[in-house]
Design a protein around this ligand. Sequence first.
Ligand code: XMP
Length: 180
Amino acid sequence: MDRDVSRVLITREQIAQRVRTLGAEISTVYADSSRGLTILPVLSGAIIFLADLIRELPLKMKIAVVHLSSYRGTATDPGEMRVIHGVSGDIRDRDVLIVDDILDTGNTLRRVHGLVRGAGPASMRTAVLLRKPSKAPADLAVDFVGFDVEDQFVVGYGLDYDDHYRNYPDIAVLRPELLK
Ligand code: XMP
């Protein structure tokens, strides 16, 4: 995989360090929650972030999932949004923390927010590992952000291109000639 990457943007050590501090921030917010916390990763990109983040949260929690797809084939341009699987489990009257890999155009999170609101949670917050501030819509609120990144296609640490590179341990920029 190394040869497919033009540069590493965020190293695994930097990710681990930030996930620890994010975990501390999130734990403080939910420390007094008596309603029950449900963590809701957006599949599939959030899987690795989820696995690391929840181990930094010394809180009693349930995990539900929601699965959306917005990219067609190998294209990096957002295509038609598909809800592959709606919110699993009952989140009514629970504190819900949505966990996603990246806030880019915001289309995915907007859809997820709608699905979650429709299920009647007690509260809804969102944590994203990455955000592209130049593209993220100002009206789309996220509560916890790992890193702001430039507007370029990144892979690794759960983020894919054509379903590859999710297992790349750093966050990296793919060689432009590989993007179709
Ligand atoms: P939107 O545009 O809806 O994007 O905010 C959210 C979802 O699209 C995927 N995405 C990316 N995946 N590198 C990736 O590997 C990127 O730079 C990128 N930008 C968006 C991702 O699945 C995210 O949840």
